[in-house]
Design a protein around this ligand. Structure first.
Ligand code: GUN
Ligand code: ZN
Length: 428
């Protein structure tokens, strides 16, 4: 047995739906008991130390916070090497930077290099689970699942499908997208800690035939997730309207092809019609907020209050490399800033819930990861709440740990990641 002692972050409920004071708690003298990759017990340090005298103890001090590992609910690992590319909005950004780089992953060796680099970078930022788009190449999916398997990480991924409005060499067909995705589901879904997500990139790059083929595949494999993009930029929405004059709205282009349901996960979801919000609510689909991406590519301001009022599940994500950071701390800070611009600031407890349990729930992994509680998988991120002189001097003024956590959220980066545990083992 392994026993971690120190301040622990605990969730009793969703702090966006119930008052955060009742939903989240920091136990300043807490402990987490781990065995065989799982959390066996969570409680007070004195109690668990007495109950488990044989356990191997790692003690974290008063300026540390033992948190669930971060869950990044929407990323593009193939865009790792083009993060922070200057000056374009969505469609030009895709054509100028993204598609040429995704083309480079046609080389399986390069795909493997990027997959490993990406998981190492994100682990260094405290992120233990991601939901990633891959490229159209099936080997890009194998590369990421294999790299995650070697690191014993829980992961969600899928082959990105595109059969129109993408360059030569970066298009599949309706049939090959169906066949390749089906083979990958059979190879990876449910193997170890892997979840497969059927992944049409977005309506502009999938014909109606391809959307329908993937809708049929999802009906045959309803245990899989389905991830795509929805209503990120106004130009994109106008293009979808041109391509699909028959559709009631953007969401309808997915719904009409069997791509709307409880296990659907839509990224961005910024410029929304009332009918679309109602349908997301009725079907129980998830949405993912990607704040650094939304400001970096100039997409708009996600409306968190509207989503939570509708009871829609919300996850948080970097959207690497449209997003400008690998850090979920930086991502929480950006979510705070967008909340401020909308007049609805999020509390530290709400921000860190979104980055852990909220993202996990949006991916239907809310019973496996994202929470420190008995039975959960032991993926843990230990924060240093005094990682830089600037943060440390602010923390000294703090009257409670929420206040110092907030300073780390707003100003922290990978230097604030003290330790990371994956499947019960310390990995850095
Ligand atoms: N919409 C379609 N593809 C992408 C992508 O790769 N990144 C972002 N941010 N939006 C998209
Ligand atoms: Zn994306």
């Amino acid at each position: 047995h392994t026993l971690l002692t120190g301040p622990t972050l605990l969730f009793e409920a969703n702090p966006l739906q119930t008052p955060w004071q009742a939903a989240a708690r920091i136990d300043t003298d807490g402990a987490v008991l781990i065995a065989q990759g799982r959390i066996l017990d969570v409680g007070s340090a004195p109690t668990l130390l007495k109950k488990h005298p044989q356990a191997q103890v790692t003690r974290y001090g008063a300026d540390r916070l033992i948190c669930p590992g971060f869950v990044d609910a929407h990323v593009h690992y193939p865009q790792t090497a083009i993060i922070a590319s200057w000056g374009k909005r969505l469609i030009d950004w895709l054509n100028s930077y993204t598609f040429p780089e995704e083309m480079r992953l046609s080389d399986p060796a390069y795909a493997q290099t990027i997959a490993e680099r990406y998981l190492d970078l994100t682990l260094a930022h405290g992120t233990t689970t991601v939901a990633s788009y891959c490229t159209i190449h099936p080997h890009s999916v194998d590369a990421l699942f294999t790299a995650a398997q070697h690191r014993k990480q829980r992961i969600v991924a899928g082959k990105t499908c595109m059969d129109r409005n993408a360059p030569d060499g970066l298009r599949d067909t309706a049939q090959s997208a169906y066949d390749d995705s089906k083979t990958l589901i059979e190879r990876w879904h449910g193997r170890g800690r892997a979840t497969y997500a059927i992944t049409p990139r977005f309506t502009p790059t999938s014909t109606a035939d391809q959307l329908a083929a993937l809708g049929a595949l999802w009906a045959e494999h309803p245990e899989c997730l389905m991830q795509t993009h929805l209503s990120e930029q106004t130009d994109e929405i106008a293009w979808v309207r041109e391509l699909h004059p028959e559709a009631r709205d953007y969401l309808d282009t997915y719904e009409a092809h069997g791509l709307l349901g409880e296990r659907a996960v839509f990224g961005h979801v910024i410029h929304m019609e009332p009918r679309e919000i109602d349908r997301l609510k009725e079907t129980g689909a998830s949405v993912v907020h990607c704040p650094t991406s939304n400001t970096f590519i100039g997409s708009g301001l996600f409306d968190m209050a509207r989503m939570t009022a509708a009871g829609i599940k919300v996850g948080l994500a970097t959207d690497t490399g449209g997003g400008s950071s690998f850090s979920m701390l930086r991502t929480m800070a950006a979510a705070y800033e967008i909340g401020q611009l909308r007049g609805t600031p999020l509390h530290a407890a709400q921000l860190i819930w979104l980055a852990t349990a909220g993202s996990a729930q949006s991916l239907h992994l809310g019973a496996q990861v994202g929470t420190l509680a008995a039975g959960y998988e032991a993926d843990i991120c230990v924060l240093n709440l005094a990682s830089t002189p600037a943060i440390a001097q602010r923390s000294e003024q703090a009257t409670d740990m929420w206040e110092s956590l907030f300073a780390t959220i707003m100003m922290g980066d990978d230097r604030a990641i003290a330790d990371v545990w994956v499947s019960g083992q310390r990995v850095r």
